[in-house]
Ligand binder design. Structure first.
Ligand code: ZN
Length: 129
């Protein structure tokens, strides 16, 4: 059964997280800022020479919602360019708009903020070389 509903999608990724764990020598590591919920996670990213996301993994001590969103992101960002990831805006939150309680905003938007800032950092560093 495929569904685009917030609860179904999150439950699926919660039960069966994709890309959980770490990468051996990631090009990019970014930890989450503290959220109101206390979420704490870290993305590992491998960037291919052509600037696309080759692999992405996450380690999470976050709540179920935040971990599930990180899992969704890890599947959707693979194959995108770092530039595209640096510009994502509401990729997950927009899709679930109105379906999650305001209390969960940090949990839904947090992981997306982390990976966007990570991509922006990466581009900045690449530009400085
Ligand atoms: Zn949370």
């Amino acid at each position: 059964m495929r569904s685009d509903r917030y609860h179904d999608v999150l439950y699926d990724h919660h039960c069966d997280p994709r890309n959980a764990g770490g990468l051996e020598n990631p090009d990019l590591v970014k930890s989450s800022e503290e959220t109101s919920c206390g979420d704490d996670g870290e993305f590992h990213v491998d960037v291919a020479p052509d600037g696309t996301i080759e692999a992405i993994a996450f380690e999470s001590e976050s709540c179920a919602v935040s971990s599930a969103v990180a899992s969704i992101l890890s599947t959707e960002l693979e194959g995108m360019t770092v530039e595209e990831v640096a510009a994502i805006d509401g990729l997950i939150a927009g899709r679930f708009e109105g379906q999650y309680p305001a209390l969960r905003r940090d949990c839904v938007e947090g992981p997306e903020d982390v990976i966007r800032i990570a991509a922006q950092d990466y581009l900045e560093r690449a530009g400085a070389d």
